[in-house]
Ligand binder design. Sequence first.
Ligand code: SF4
Length: 316
Amino acid sequence: MQTVYTFGRYFKSKFKCKVGKLPIGLSGFTCPNIDGTVAKGGCTFCLNESFSPNLAKSSKPILNLKSLTNPLLEKQLQELDEQIKKTTKLMKKQGYKKFLVYFQAFTNTYAPFETLKTLYDKALSYPDVIGLSIGTRSDSVTDEVYDYLAMLSKTKEIWIEFGVQSIHDKTLVRINRGHDAANAKSGVQKAKAKGLNVCCHLIYGLPDESEEMMMQTTSEVYSWGIDAIKYHPLYVVKNTLLANEYKAGKFTPIDEDSYAKILTKALLAKPSHIIVQRISAGIDDDTLLAPSWCGWKKNKMIDYLRKKLKKSSILL
Ligand code: SF4
C-alpha cells in the first residue's frame, strides 16, 4: 500500500502539529489575464468569487505592476486583519495550531512591490502564522518580489503557487490562459533557483484533452523540480466563457470515474518527495453548472476518491 504524501503529513512531520492554510482575498487585486495586459476576460473557467470564499465583495480591481500609488492599502490591511482573525478562530476549533497565510484570489504578485511587501509582512506578523503561500502566474513575478520572498524564506515557510493547468499550448490558447507552457516552466525554474517552495496546479478534463495528454502534462510537470502539486477537475460555473461553451454543447465536463482514473495514474506516477496539496475541487452552491459531482460535499467527494484510490493500493 502506498500512502499519499499530503500537505498535512508534511506539516505534521516538520512542525509537529496541525498546520492549516488560511485563504485570503483582498480588494484591488486583479490579474493581467483579465485587465487586458496579457489578455482580456481571463481563463475561460475563471470566476474568482467561486474559488476564493474570502474574496472581499467590494473588490475593485485597480492594481497592476505599474501602479504608482495604492489608495486601497489601508483597506487591504484591514481586510487582511479581519480575514486572518476570523479564519484563525474557526480553524483553531478544528485543531489547527499554526497557519500559512494563503494569498489566493487573483494574481497575488500583480501589484507594486511596496504594496506586496507591506501585505506579506503584515500577514507574517501574527503569532501563529509560520509562513505564506502566494498564488500567482508565472508571467507576473518580478525579480524584486522573487528576491524578497527568497529573503523571507530564510526564516519562514514560503511557498509560491503557479497555475500551470496543461503543458499543451493548444489547450492553453483554447482556455485563454495568456501564457504558454514554456513560460510556466521558466517561472518554476526561477522560483526554484531562488530557493522557494513551488506548488503547481494542474487541471484534468480541459477541453479536447485526452487521458494521454493529461498524463503528459503530469509527467512533464513532475520533472520540473517542483515541491508540491494540486490536482483539479475542470468544472463549469455560471457567468464564465466556459459556461457559454458548455451550453452550446462545445464542452463536455469530466465525469467522476474518469477523474478518479486519471488521479490514480497521476499518483502512481508521482515521485514520492512531491507533496500533494489537493486531490480535487468543487463548489457546493448554485453557481455550479456542471459536472454535478463537483457539487458534492467535500467529505463525500474525498470518500469517493479514497475508495477508488484504495483499489489501486493508494492510501489517502
Ligand atoms: S490566471 Fe487565475 S485569476 Fe487570472 S484569469 Fe486565469 S484563473 Fe483567473
